[in-house]
Every structure is written in C-alpha cells, then in structure tokens.
Design a protein around this ligand. Structure first.
Ligand code: G6P
Length: 609
C-alpha cells in the first residue's frame, strides 16, 4: 500500500523525506520517489525497487530543496517502474497519491483530448494534469486542487507540491488516511503517525473529505464542502505509532473507518485495475475446471465471510460449496471428494479449530487455500495456497476490517474461478469487477453519515433482544450483525434468513424487540420487503437498513431507517452494508458504556479448543 509524506522545512528536506518513507516501508511497496523545489522548479528523483535504490540516486543527484513530497508506491495501475513511480507531474505541479482513482480512464481520455500528454500508466497522473489545467486557467493552487478533487471518484489521499511556491503544500483525504504534523523544524504531511514520529511533536488527522493547505506559519483545514474547519491537534507520543487510535475513541472505530483504505488495498492486490479484471497473485497449481467441490471452514466472523462467499462461488463459478464452523467440521469426519479445495479463513491465522480443520483437509488430500490477515501465522504456513487480506493489524477484539477484506478476497476468488471454469464471460467479469472497485468509495460515503446510525443505536440500546433479517448474501451479514451486537453490547441478538421468519421467530414479534431488516437493492429485495411487511402487520419494531427504494417499497411504519445510496447494489452490496452493522453495534455499546475494544470474556485470537 502506498505511503505519502510531505515536508515544509528550514533546510534541505530530502533526507527527512526518505527517513519518513522508511517508516512507511511496513505498508509494502515496490518503487519510491521524492520531489523538491530547486530554485522554485520541481525536481524529481524516483527509482523502482527498494528505498536504497532511491537513496543511491539521491547520493548522485542530491536535492537541496527545503520543501518536498515523497512516496512509496505499491503498484496498482501499471508496473513498478521508475516512470510509474510517484511523484507524478503536470505543468507546475507534482502529486503523490495513495488509493484508487476509479474514474481515471474517462478523465485520462478527457485530458488527452484537451492536449495533456501522459508519461505513466498510473491512475494518479490524471490528478496532476487536472490541477495543472486549473493553474493554467489562472486559478490559485488551492482553487485548482479543490476543483480537481470535485472531479475525482474513488478512495484516496493526495499531497501536492507547486512550482514557484516555496511555502505551500496541499494535502487531501478521501477514504485513505492523512495526517499533519508540527515539529521544531517544520510542518509535515504523512500517511500515518509512524511516518511523522521522529519529526513532529503534535499531529492532526484529516477527517474524511478534508483537504489542507500547509504553510510554515499556518495550516488551514477545509472540509468536503470547502469550508474552513479546525481539526484537533494532539501530542504525538513516541512509541504510540502502529497501535495509535488516531482521532478515534476506540480501535474498533478506527478500524471501521480504515475500511475504504484497506478494502482498496486488498482489491488492488487481487485485481488488474487498469484492465478491470481479476489477477490473482498466485497460481492454483491445479486445473480449476477439474475442481469437484469447495469446502469452507472458519470460526466467528470469518465463518460468516465464508457463508456469504458460498453465494458467490455457487453463482459465479458453478461450484458446490460445503461450509461448516471449524469446531464442528474437524470432528465430523466429513468425507471429502477427490479434487476438492478446502478454504480456511482466519484473521489471526492461529485459531485452533480452524487450524485443525486445515490439517484434516490436508490429511484427506484436499487442495488447501488459507485466507488470512497475518501472513506469518501457523495457518498461512501450513496451507498450500495463501490469499492474504491486507487489512493491517486489527486490534479491536471484534473483527471488522478483516471481515470486509475477507469478503473482497472471496469475491475475487469466485470471479477468477468463474472465468477459469468458463462460467463467466470477460464482459461479466468486467461488470462484477467494476462493482467491486466502487466499494471503497461507497464505504467512505457511507461512513460520512454516521449520525443516522447513532440515532438508531440509541433506540437499539434499550432493547433486551434483537432480530436481524436478511436474504441471499445479506443473510450471513444479518448473522454477523447479530454477532457484533451481542459481542459488544451483550444484548441478545439473532440473525435469521428473512424467509425463515414464518417458521419460528415471528412468534417473538412485539413492539419491544427491534427487528433490523437488511434490504440492499438486489434480486431478493421484493421478497425481503414482504417479510418486513409481515413484521409490520404484527406491530413489530422495525428498523430498515436499505436504499430509498426499499424504504418506499416497505410502505410500513418504521422505528428507524438507515439509508444507503441506491448505487450500493448487486451481489457485493453487503461489503458496504457491513459498515453499517459494525457501526450500529459500536454505537450501541458506546451508549451503554461497554468496553468496546475488549468485550468481556472474548479473546482476539482463540488458540485453544
Ligand atoms: C474470536 C474473535 C472473532 C473472530 C474469531 C475467529 O472469536 O473474537 O472476532 O472472528 O475469533 O478468529 P480468526 O482469527 O480465526 O479470524
């Protein structure tokens, strides 16, 4: 994942830029670069490979500028070559970028039609040219950046350097993190506190949608509507870095809000973003056409990711899927078909039952694939194939960002298998991939309206019992919603398939028990709405999570409504809906004064049976 730094210093800053980039190495990268102003002109030095290559180049061509930006690039659009390395430049501006510009193809064509010439294959370069056009129109740098930001779709963080502007850096955040640091020798921009720790004594995190103008004596924050705003400045405690809560009260809140970033990063790892197709970073080592069946096993939240994946694997790859929780699977002695693939899912990679399920499958001669967040874990080491989720360290005991990244990996796997097995055409693959690529920005948009979730949370916090309903992939999400609620708030909650309502839970309906209906605009919306009406007809306490269409179709008295954009639709809508069920559980627990990050009796990693 890319890392961004910027320095407005008192002397040459190239050394500090590289030092800060070294502190971002942990994010993974394959090329790097810096740009500073030399007598007012932008000078760039970039290199493919590790930072030592950049340092060697800088030793031959030292940069004297007292202002600069730097970047470690983790290739998404275009190979990790020097030409594709950041900073990218348009006339009078250079930019570094972390994230994905979803609409870069159309912007690139539009800019080329107006005469821009592109030097790289990246999505990032369109940003430089858009800002350059604004500057050429005579706009001030901040105006040019603000108007360019309005044209960009996607989830990203950006930092800009301008020709002739010795006292100006501009940063912007939408979906990917960015922070401003104040030090004794200058002001700084960085992807995280870790990058800024050696230089800055205080730090402010940009809020979603913010952009910031940095000068040595003044830093001006602007919100998504371009209004001037203040952002809290807090001490940067040495040693707090990686386990830093940022602006959030709890790790869980931070991890929920990191999702646009880490889901984007995970997508970039499994997709060829330029081509809009899946590109798995491993070979199966077997012919997917000969696969007889997929078996999935996991525990807790990871199990629900597997349950959702079953819908995608069956539909897109025409594979039968058997799934069970690992503690049951391992003792069932299930006969496993020859040429079957066992997929185990685990954030920690250390869960004892999941590990035992993997070992059982290996002993039965299955192909094995582990979807894990910790690459060095036992499960990762013991599985033939490893598909990593790039969620980064998850500190909150209740899993959030690892879950959505697991969903992403499964979605890519289902599409890849569908193509390899000739179930999906290239057009169908492209369409599905375009829906996935939209997820990070949709998550960021969903996260920007947290108040509607807080309102519903106040209501749910009074309940003794809660029923979650969903259909299709929203059924496992209903179970995950119920799990999150009980884990964090200790309110009894159950997730049910909406169609199963009549076969039992309908007896529980009264006005005291919230019934939360997940109704994304997908093929089963109509049926879900019918179930909602069955609850309404019995005077149930209904809370709808869905789009305006679902709200209109429901035509029933609602105790609460959490609205998501109509655009969040189709088979992968639950990746974005997941954000809401997490936020809801989080805010209920906060209202109730519960220990959000370490709920009673729970462990992050369950290494015993
Ligand atoms: C524990 C955690 C859950 C997690 C489950 C599986 O119960 O509290 O958040 O989903 O273990 O953990 P794993 O590391 O295997 O995903």
């Amino acid at each position: 994942m890319c890392g961004i730094v910027g320095v407005l210093g008192n002397g040459p800053v190239a050394g500090q830029l590289v030092e800060a980039l070294k502190r971002l190495e942990y994010r993974g990268y394959d090329s790097a670069g810096v740009a500073t102003l030399e007598q007012g002109r932008i000078t760039r030095v970039r290199a493919s490979g590790k930072l030592k290559n950049l340092e060697e180049k800088l030793a031959l061509h030292p940069l004297a500028g007292a202002i600069g930006i730097g970047h470690t690039r983790w290739a998404t659009h275009g190979k990790p070559t020097e030409l594709n390395a950041h900073p990218h430049a348009g006339a009078k501006v250079a930019v570094v970028h972390n994230g994905i510009i979803e609409n870069f193809r159309e912007l690139r064509e539009e800019l080329q039609a107006r005469g821009a010439s592109f030097a790289s294959e990246t999505d990032s370069e369109v940003v430089a040219h858009l800002v350059a056009e604004g500057l050429a129109r005579g706009e001030a740098p901040s105006t040019a950046v603000a108007s360019a930001l309005r044209r960009l779709k996607g989830a990203f963080a950006l930092a800009f350097l301008f020709e002739g502007e010795e006292d100006l850096l501009i940063g912007a955040r939408r979906g990917s993190p960015l922070a401003v640091g104040w030090g004794n020798e200058g002001v700084y921009l960085g992807s995280d506190a870790l990058a800024l720790a050696p230089f800055a004594h205080t730090i402010s995190y940009l809020d979603e949608g913010d952009w910031v103008v940095l000068r040595r004596v003044e830093v001006q924050f602007h919100d998504a509507d371009d209004k001037r705003v203040d952002r809290r400045r807090q001490p940067l405690l040495a040693g707090s870095f990686l386990v830093d809560k940022g602006n959030f009260r709890h790790f869980m809140a931070k991890e929920i809000h990191e999702q646009p970033e880490v889901v984007g990063r995970t997508l970039a790892h499994y997709l060829d973003l330029a081509e809009g197709v899946v590109n798995l970073p491993f070979d199966f080592g077997f012919d997917p056409k000969s696969l007889s069946r997929i078996t999935i096993s996991a525990c807790g939240t990871a199990f629900y990711a597997g349950l959702a994946a079953r819908y995608w694997l069956e539909r897109f790859a025409h594979l039968s899927v058997d799934i069970d929780i690992a503690s049951e699977f391992r003792y069932r002695d299930p006969p496993l078909l020859e040429n079957g693939l066992m997929v185990v899912v685990s954030q920690s990679g250390e869960t004892a039952d999941t590990l035992a399920a993997l070992r059982y499958a290996r002993a039965q001669g299955q192909h094995t694939l582990a979807i894990v967040n910790v690459e060095t874990s036992t499960i990762a080491r013991e599985s033939e194939l490893v598909a990593k989720t790039l969620a980064g360290p998850e500190i909150g005991v209740a899993s959030t960002k690892a879950f959505t990244c697991q969903l992403i990996v499964f979605a890519c796997l289902a599409i890849a298998l569908g193509r390899a097995r000739n179930v999906l055409s290239i057009e169908q693959e492209r369409e599905l991939v375009s829906q996935l690529i939209a997820a990070p920005a949709q998550m960021a948009e969903t996260l920007s309206d947290e108040r509607q979730v807080e309102t519903v949370a106040r209501d749910v916090a009074r309940a003794e019992s809660v029923l979650y309903l969903g259909r299709g992939p929203a059924f496992p999400l209903a179970m995950e919603g119920a799990l999150k609620l009980k884990e964090l708030s200790y309110i009894h909650a159950e997730g049910y398939a909406a169609g199963e309502l009549k076969h039992g839970p309908i007896a529980l309906i009264d006005y005291a028990m919230p019934v939360i209906v997940l109704a994304p605009p997908d093929a089963s919306l109509e049926k879900t709405v019918s179930n909602l009406q069955e609850v309404a007809a019995r005077g149930g306490h209904l809370i709808l999570i869905g789009s305006r269409t679902a709200h209109t179709a429901a035509a029933a008295p609602l105790a609460g409504f959490i609205e998501l954009s109509e655009q969040v639709s189709g088979p992968f809508a639950i990746v974005v809906y997941a954000v809401i069920i997490q936020l809801l559980a989080y805010h209920v627990a906060v209202f109730m004064g519960k220990d959000v990050d370490q709920p009673r009796n729970l462990a992050k990693s369950v290494t015993v049976e």
